[in-house]
Design a protein around this ligand. Structure first.
Ligand code: AMP
Ligand code: MN
Ligand code: MN
Ligand code: MN
Length: 276
């Protein structure tokens, strides 16, 4: 059985390994199909593809699009996209453009709490300055000794209702699906179990995503507990979505899932790679 890992990050967004290092690590972990899915960014794909072919590994061109749905941030993964497609590239560019101002506002919020120098501190962790994001601020807060690890940062800071959070308007759900489909890809709802929406709101999201032509949802992800897998497997079946799997790997030793270390999809699911 080939090993699929269809969600991970490189230094092109908020991962710590370069695309080449990431692909080498995935190959060493026995991954056969790896999708690089950087946030709002495609620039890592060229190096990733070159390295994958050296290792006899299949690199799936991916992206993780940030969207705002009913005033909450949701992530839509695109798989097998054409990285040169103008509509996708242009849409992602718009999403990236908002990040620098958001970062300044996050730093102002943190300064109000007495945490100075957050903007420079966060940028120091961002290899791709255009992709400055919350993970870079989280690493800065750990380095500064404010919080013990990145996981804890996202409990105490930078999330809705907590210090350092700045509301932000990303693209719409419809935009993300349109861009991904225009680029020939499949649109996948990322880590549905992470949104804390409650049953009815989650079903509204799935219904709307389906109506817009969404293709799949992540069932097995580093963000789901073992208990959540069957819940989202059932929802995938009920709403007739394909099912995807991905570690959402960002960095060795940051507490997330290792590349390729995923449990199998429940048998009732149809894998997103069914027609590949
Ligand atoms: P941004 O796109 O800048 O809003 O940052 C989103 C990123 O923050 C995610 O992709 C994760 O890398 C990180 N993140 C958000 N929530 C959590 C969480 N609860 N635990 C760990 N990392 C998180
Ligand atoms: Mn991330
Ligand atoms: Mn995500
Ligand atoms: Mn991700």
């Amino acid at each position: 059985m080939p090993v699929y890992d269809l969600h991970c990050h490189s230094t092109a967004s908020d991962g710590v390994l370069s695309p080449r290092e990431l692909v080498r690590r995935a190959a060493a972990q026995g991954v056969d199909y790896l999708a690089l899915t950087d946030h709002d960014e495609l620039s890592g794909l060229i190096d990733a593809r070159a390295t994958a072919s050296e290792h006899g590994m299949e690199l799936v061109a991916g992206v993780e699009v940030s969207i705002t749905w009913r005033n909450s941030t949701v992530h839509i993964v695109g798989l097998r996209v054409d990285p040169d497609h103008a509509l996708l590239a242009c849409g992602l560019q718009q999403n990236r453009a908002g990040r620098s101002l958001r970062a300044e506002r996050m730093a102002e919020e943190l300064a109000r709490l007495g945490i100075a120098g957050a903007l420079e501190g966060a940028y120091a962790f961002a290899s791709n300055k255009a992709l400055i994001g919350r993970t870079h601020f989280a690493r800065f807060l750990v380095e500064r000794g404010v919080v013990k690890d990145v996981k804890t940062v996202f409990k105490k800071y930078l999330v809705k209702g907590k210090p350092g959070y700045v509301n932000h308007e990303w693209a719409s759900l419809q935009d993300a699906v349109t861009w991904i489909h225009a680029a020939g890809g499949q649109a996948v709802l990322a880590h549905p179990g992470r949104y804390h929406f409650g049953r009815e709101r989650m079903r509204d999201l799935l219904r709307e995503f389906k109506e817009l032509g969404g293709d799949a949802i992540e069932v097995v992800t580093g963000s789901h507990t073992a208990d959540q897998v069957p819940i989202y497997a059932d929802l995938a079946v009920e709403f007739d979505f394909l099912a995807s799997v991905g570690s959402d790997f960002h960095a060795p030793g940051e507490g997330g899932r290792e590349l390729g270390r995923l449990t199998p999809l429940p048998l009732r699911c149809r894998p997103v790679w069914e027609a590949w």
